[in-house]
Design a protein. Structure first.
Length: 116
């Protein structure tokens, strides 16, 4: 089954997962979330596949987050809009296989996800 990878080319962990998939012959499609930001609806669909809230996928160590969003009380809907407009704030990589998704870290989780 084709694995979709929500990817940021500037992320070493994201690049490592692509390398792992390639080396293991796993067919995948790259979705560059920086060049093609996800819409609010796409983010909602992703969160259902992850079975998580939006707060689970926010990169809280990111400079943009620390400078503009840390300590502020945004609703889930507001966060969806913020992430749609600022895709660098989304955890990555995220792997999607059919109706299920997972955060691609650590690499051991990717191995389990691919084999399942």
């Amino acid at each position: 089954m084709l694995v979709k990878v929500l990817h940021n080319g500037n992320c070493s962990k994201s690049n490592a997962v692509l390398e792992y998939l390639d080396e293991n012959g796993v067919p995948f499609e790259i979705i560059n979330i920086v060049e093609e930001p996800l819409s609010v609806l796409e983010l909602k669909t992703l969160l259902k596949k992850l079975n998580q809230s939006v707060f689970h996928i926010i990169r809280k160590e990111e400079k943009l987050y620390l400078e503009n969003y840390a300590g502020k009380d945004h609703s889930e809907e507001e966060w969806l809009q913020i992430l749609s407009e600022n895709p660098s704030l989304i955890q990555r990589p995220i792997l999607i296989k059919g109706s299920v998704a997972m955060l691609g870290r650590p690499i051991e989780n990717v191995k389990f996800f691919i084999e399942k």
